[in-house]
Design a protein. Structure first.
Lengths: 115, 111
């Protein structure tokens, strides 16, 4: 079945450590996105990539890094520079907009907790 | 910056009633809008979308209305069921930019 797979589902990190969240899609979508969601809040854009080997910062990119070496993969690294990393992280993919609404398909999320 | 927001953080309805979830937006250049449903601990799921040159679009048990004059969007759910209980987000899209999401409304369906 086609879809987006995020792993792990739960992740614990010690303060000062970097961690990498995985996002893989087999939908053949060009565009991929990372969002952060805090309790009772909406989704805030961290980074997005419209094509392989290219990505742009979103609204809250500080303390995060990404890479897009393959079309199907868009890993997110939460660095020690991110002061408040505990959150629910969502990865999404879509076909880049061509005018008509472009639905973003989401993974099931990774819940990151700093201990 | 531009924002997409919601009027009511929580909406409680009786099973079988119709639900209306509202969303205000500020970006008059938005090309389209999408409603998502998010159940606890899961990623958002697409419900319905509407392009900015439309006023209304209907799906199965859902209708989205767009009023560009007052920059208002609504999602109507007919005959609300317990399985409709979730958080609903509106999102705004412009060209090739990533979607911008509102803060969400929690829908609680009372049996």
């Amino acid at each position: 079945d086609g879809g987006i797979t995020q792993s792990p589902k739960y992740l614990f990190r010690k303060e000062g450590q970097n961690v990498t969240l995985s996002c893989e899609q087999n939908l053949n979508h060009d565009a991929m996105y990372w969002y952060r969601q805090d309790p009772g809040q909406g989704l805030r854009l961290i980074y997005y990539s419209q094509i392989v080997n290219d990505f742009q910062k979103g609204d809250i990119a500080e303390g995060y890094s990404v890479s897009r070496e393959k079309k199907e993969s868009f890993p997110l690294t939460v660095t020690s520079a991110q002061k408040n990393p505990t959150a629910f992280y969502l990865c999404a993919s879509s076909i880049p907009g061509q005018g008509w609404p472009t639905e973003a398909f989401f993974g099931q999320g990774t819940r990151l907790t700093v201990v | 910056g531009e924002s997409v927001g919601l009027h009511l953080p929580t909406l409680s309805v009786q099973e079988g009633d119709n639900s209306i979830i509202n969303c205000a937006y500020s970006n008059s250049a938005s090309d389209y809008f999408i409603w998502y449903k998010q159940e606890s601990g899961k990623g958002p799921q697409f419900i319905i979308d509407i392009r900015s040159n439309m006023d209304k679009r209907q799906g199965q048990r859902v209708t989205v209305l767009l009023n560009k004059t007052v920059k208002h969007l609504s999602l109507q759910i007919a005959a609300t069921q317990p399985g409709d209980s979730a958080v609903y987000f509106c999102a705004e899209g412009t060209g090739r930019r990533a979607l911008t999401f509102g803060s969400g409304t929690r829908l609680q369906v009372q049996p």
